[in-house]
Every structure is written in structure tokens, then in C-alpha cells.
Design a protein. Structure first.
Length: 307
């Protein structure tokens, strides 16, 4: 993975009116589509035990992959299974069958490698170009990231699952989504979100899985009429909840030229909504918003200032 070149990801108009990446990526299985859900869990997933320290929980993890690049050809996971490099084989890289159970592998970074001196809270924007903050985090992910079974990662707060989290905006309006009663977990029904994204899977490759994963998630979850471009804006972290303790967001501002539509409209609905109306809803009905979206909207000016 290269920690550079992630400032701007331009895309051209694709077939069927969808935003189309210059380099394609396969479809990952096992994901709930639509707005990125901070509350989603893998098979057998669950919160850490009551009273468990997010910084200390979980079994010891390997310091480095023997190849020297933990993302190059797969990584050792705690169950001692290997995540193979099967690109070009027809295997989509996102899930495997073992012992009769369906497994998904996701990109993680040990918490102590990602956060060296402190645990950030909420959205933290990347300072002006040249400050090095963006490259610092991308470099830590590149050096220490590897793929692990998601059901393990959901239970282990010593690991941070890396989530690209995209905020769509167009001419002063934000793409606001609402979860419908027919989709996903019951506890998320009616929740509002401004974030599109999801986990990074092995299918996203070793060259630049963050950029590839962002493109894949956007193309899977929404249809964009026209071109769009994404700019990295900052990081998002929330250790105040069990779900937040095992996830780490890389936030992107996505400028859309045309309309954006939800693909799975039986589970979600969404539309561009004036910025002032979104902030009014947040102030009046904050509990309706998913936690990451609320934290992001708290610093909306900083997100939209990213160039």
C-alpha cells in the first residue's frame, strides 16, 4: 500500500450512470449495503465484555508478516488461517468457507500501532497540505495493517477495523439517508446517516486498498449520475461505545456532479438535503443520527474545507 497520492480520487462517468473507477474492483460479500453502519457486526459478532479496556482487550497479535508487507500476499490471522492472494482466480477475496461457516476478512490495524500517544475522539481534520498528518496515518495502516476474520475483529478492541467513510455533497446540499424498517438490524431502523462506506476486504488488493475499497463501496451502495471526486478530509474515532471501539474511520468529502440514488432502496432511502436542514435535524433530533454521522456533522465546516 502506498501512503501517498490519496488526496484526490477523480472518477469518470461510468456505465448505467454510475460513478466508475479507473481501475475496477470486485464485489465483496457479507456486507450490509447503503449507509456505513457503525452498529453492524459480523457473524457471531458482539461488544467487548463489560468493563474490558478497549486498549488492552484481545489476544496477542503478530508484530509483522514474514513477507515484510502484511498486505502483499495475505496475513496471519489469530486462528492461524491464511488469507491467500487469489486475485485473478475468480475468488472475490472477501469471504471464505471453512468448517462449514461463512467467513469475511477485513483490514485491521493494532490499536497501539495506529494511536501512538493518544486516543482521538470524534472527527479530526487533516491540517493543510504538507503537514504530514494524512501520510502519518496512511503510513501506519500500510506498515501494520493486515486482514483478519471479521467475527474476531468485532470482539477484539485491541484491533481497529479501517472504514472509508464518504460524505456526499453537491452545491451546498448533503446526501442524507434513512434506514427503513425492512433492512438491517432492528435497532438501526429509522436512523439517519450522512456516511457511505464499509470494510476493506482482500479483494481491494495490496497496491492501494483504501482507494480501491472506497471506490468499491461507493459503486456498490449508490448510483451516481455523472462524475464524482473524493478528497481525504480527516479521521473519525469514537471509543465511547463498544462498536466504535473496534472501528476507525478515514473520512472523505465526495463532490458529486449529478444526482445520487440508493441502490438497495428496500433498505434505505436518501436524497440531497440542504445543509441547513440537516444541521437543524441534528440539533433537534440528535439521537436519530448514527453516532459517526453526528460526530462528523459537529465539524461539518472542517470537512467541507478539505481540498
Amino acid at each position: 500500500m502506498h501512503p501517498h497520492g490519496m488526496g484526490e480520487i477523480p472518477l469518470q462517468q461510468g456505465h448505467a450512470g454510475a460513478g466508475h473507477a479507473a481501475t475496477g474492483a470486485g464485489r465483496a460479500g457479507g456486507e450490509q449495503k447503503g449507509a456505513a453502519a457503525e452498529g453492524e457486526e459480523g457473524e457471531e459478532g458482539g461488544p467487548p465484555a463489560e468493563g474490558e479496556d478497549p486498549a488492552q482487550g484481545g489476544p496477542p497479535l503478530p508484530e509483522a508478516h514474514p513477507s515484510g508487507n502484511p498486505l502483499a500476499h495475505g496475513a496471519i490471522v489469530p486462528s492461524c488461517r491464511m488469507v491467500p492472494d487469489l486475485r485473478g482466480s475468480g475468488y472475490d477475496g472477501s469471504a471464505a468457507w471453512s468448517g462449514g461457516s461463512h467467513l469475511e476478512f477485513v483490514l485491521v490495524v493494532p490499536r497501539r500501532r495506529l494511536f501512538v500517544d493518544r486516543y482521538p475522539h470524534g472527527f479530526e481534520p487533516f491540517p493543510a497540505e504538507g503537514s504530514g498528518a494524512r501520510d502519518l496515518y496512511l503510513g501506519r495502516i500500510a506498515e501494520h495493517g493486515y486482514f483478519v476474520e471479521r467475527r474476531h475483529a468485532e470482539r477484539d478492541p485491541s484491533l481497529k477495523q479501517v472504514i472509508p467513510y464518504a460524505l456526499f455533497e453537491r452545491e451546498g446540499a448533503l446526501f442524507l439517508m434513512r434506514r427503513l424498517g425492512s433492512g438491517g438490524e432492528a435497532r438501526l431502523h429509522g436512523k439517519l446517516s450522512v456516511g457511505v462506506g464499509g470494510h476493506i476486504n482482500p479483494v481491494d488488493g495490496a497496491e492501494d486498498p483504501l482507494a480501491a475499497g472506497l471506490r468499491r463501496e461507493i459503486e456498490e451502495e449508490v448510483r451516481v449520475d455523472g462524475s464524482w471526486s473524493a478528497t481525504s478530509a480527516g479521521i473519525l474515532n469514537d471509543d465511547s461505545t463498544a462498536v466504535g471501539a473496534v472501528h476507525f474511520g478515514l473520512v472523505y468529502r465526495v463532490r458529486a456532479e449529478g444526482d445520487v440514488r440508493i441502490r438497495e432502496d428496500d433498505a434505505l432511502e436518501g436524497a440531497f438535503t440542504p445543509r441547513e436542514e440537516v444541521l437543524r435535524l441534528l440539533a433537534a433530533e440528535r439521537p436519530r443520527f448514527e453516532s459517526w454521522s453526528a460526530l462528523l456533522l459537529d465539524q461539518l465546516d472542517a470537512v467541507l474545507a478539505s481540498q
